[in-house]
Design a protein around this ligand. Structure first.
Ligand code: RB5
Length: 143
């Protein structure tokens, strides 16, 4: 079973819970590492925590969220082995898996509504890395 780790900052708690419920209903194993309370917090620590879960192999994939999706994505991508993209459309969400072998998706709760966010999640989880010439390029990302 594919295990997905979720985290967010305070700006995206409701959307994170909606994503958790949505993918749990599809049979994914979910580890929601919070936060669970609405106090203002710092997105880098939540991005790092989810990224560490993926990089260590504790989770297969990660979905992280903040107001724009940008800050928490930047933090996650500092962890070695993480390839995370922010998506506001379903085409990009599929392509970051198919061509970039992304292991994390970032969403902006102040950018996309819940319906679109869940479609983006479906596109991300439903796509597979195509390998081949894309593998050569993905290998080059690490430098
Ligand atoms: C919090 O106000 C906001 O800065 C954060 O959620 C995120 O959008 C940062 O990239």
């Amino acid at each position: 079973m594919t295990k997905v780790v979720l985290s967010s900052d305070h700006a995206a708690i409701d959307l994170r819970r909606a994503v958790a419920d949505h993918i749990e209903a599809q049979g994914y194993e979910v580890e929601d590492i919070g936060p669970q309370t609405p106090e203002s917090t710092h997105y880098p620590k939540h991005g790092h925590a989810a990224a560490e879960a993926v990089a260590s192999g504790r989770a297969d994939l990660g979905i992280i969220l903040c107001g724009t999706g940008q800050g928490i994505m930047m933090a996650a991508n500092k962890v070695k082995g993480i390839r995370c993209g922010v998506c506001s459309d379903t085409f990009s969400a599929a392509m970051i898996r198919q061509h970039n072998n992304a292991n994390m998706l970032s969403l902006g709760a102040r950018v996309v509504g819940e319906g679109l966010a869940l479609s983006i999640v479906d596109a991300f989880l439903g796509a597979e890395f195509e390998g081949g010439r894309h593998a050569t390029r993905v290998d080059m990302i690490e430098g």
